[in-house]
Write a protein that binds this ligand. Structure first.
Ligand code: PEP
Length: 250
């Protein structure tokens, strides 16, 4: 099965609403003929402006978080209906920064994945090991566990629409990219867990990205690996030239 690669930018806490609109206006013509599906993961406050700016283009918009409840006493949180109402396409969940600084767990990731689908969006679920965990040789075990809990209770059709981003924590924002072999090895492990849980049909449909210091120079090699279906890109997604090259990786 040929899967469409996905180049998703994770802007993190960068750009004001005005800067975000200026950036996507400039990005639109550059990626109009991109090989990959292009997604920008923007701060909540940028979503309305960016959605309007990308109208009629091939750029999709992701939020960087969601609360699993529909509404209620959850100060500072944003719910599925609120994001769906803005036309959000994807929601990044379980990013290691959210796990580290905001107590995200595999269980909350799972609840959020259900909320994303309930309101008609698609999740980009992040998993990955720390340097200590890699050095202890538990990467495969850990990532298998993270994937199993994240997908708990999702239907086969939902899992086909899910994107999993394998992001080794030691490679995020550090300039240390995993080797293509390391990235491919873990992405293949993830595809295999999905196969065990949902069968080969679903495993061949789900898209598994690599994330961790993806840049214009290494994207083509990473994306050429059989189990790597694109990248979740932090720092390089804030630079027009770099993100354009990543989206046109061929
Ligand atoms: C990320 O934020 O998901 C990420 C991979 O960041 P960077 O590309 O900067 O390492």
């Amino acid at each position: 099965m040929s899967r469409v690669k996905i180049a998703a930018g994770n802007w993190k806490m960068n750009k004001t609403a005005k800067e975000a609109v200026e950036f996507v206006e400039a990005l639109k013509p550059r990626v109009a003929d991109a090989d990959a599906e292009v997604v920008v993961g923007v701060p909540f406050v940028c979503i309305p402006g960016v959605k309007k700016a990308v109208e009629g283009s091939n750029i999709k918009v992701a939020a960087q978080n969601i609360h699993w409840e529909e509404k209620g006493a959850f100060t500072g949180e944003v719910s599925g209906p609120m994001l769906a109402d803005l036309g959000v396409d994807y929601v990044i969940i379980g990013h290691s920064e959210r796990r580290q600084y905001f107590a995200e767990t595999d269980e909350t990731v799972n609840k959020k994945a259900h909320a994303v689908f309930k309101y008609g969006m698609k999740p980009i679920i992040c998993v990955g090991e720390s340097l200590t965990q890699r050095e202890q040789g538990v990467t495969a075990e850990l990532v298998r566990y993270q994937v199993k809990i994240a997908l708990l209770g999702l239907t086969a059709e939902q899992v086909k629409e899910t994107v999993i981003a394998y992001e080794p924590i030691w490679a995020i924002g550090t300039g240390k990219t995993a080797t293509t072999e390391q990235a491919e090895e873990v992405c293949a492990i993830i595809r295999n867990v999905v196969k065990e849980l949902y069968g080969d049909d679903v495993a061949q449909a789900i898209r598994i990205q690599y994330g961790g210091s993806v840049n214009a120079a290494n994207a083509a090699e990473l994306f050429a690996m059989p189990n790597i279906d694109g990248g979740l890109v932090g720092g390089a997604s804030l630079k027009l030239d770099d993100f354009e090259k990543i989206a046109k990786y061929n």
